[in-house]
Design a protein around this ligand. Structure first.
Ligand code: SF4
Length: 130
């Protein structure tokens, strides 16, 4: 049985086709993003980058609940997860990313990169009425 928190249980990723039937389990895992990702997501402006320190930008993003933390050592920001673990950008009904065209690089590269490269925690969507 697949357990999102145990990559040893994940299944080998075959193609994007599998994603259509998945409940977006990869979007319930912690996501660390870069400042460039945040700019592309329109959460940070070029002006801010020119005029503020990254720490100040991070402070605002934490206050607005877009991120939960910033690690100065890596320069990475942790995106906020909802109470049910969903990424803040995941639509809970459609199970699709609401910022797909501007999604972070790490999301674009998964599962080629991640806890177990080449594998993903595919969990099928529940089909109601069946
Ligand atoms: S940004 Fe989009 S693709 Fe990335 S984890 Fe969140 S919902 Fe999924």
């Amino acid at each position: 049985m697949i357990d999102i928190d145990r990559p040893s249980t994940w299944r080998k990723f075959s193609s994007d086709e599998a994603c259509r039937s998945c409940n977006a389990s990869c979007c319930t895992m912690p996501v660390e993003v870069t400042l460039s990702d945040l700019i592309r997501l329109n959460l940070v402006s070029e002006d801010e980058v020119q005029n503020l320190t990254v720490r100040k930008i991070a402070k605002r993003l934490v206050k607005e609940k877009w991120i939960t933390s910033y690690r100065e050592a890596t320069g990475l920001f942790m995106l906020t997860q909802k109470a049910n673990r969903d990424c803040i950008f995941l639509d809970s009904k459609t199970r699709l990313c609401t910022s797909y065209s501007t999604r972070p690089d790490v999301c674009r590269q998964f599962p080629a990169i991640g806890p177990r490269p080449g594998y993903c925690p595919l969990i099928l969507k529940k089909v109601f009425g069946s």
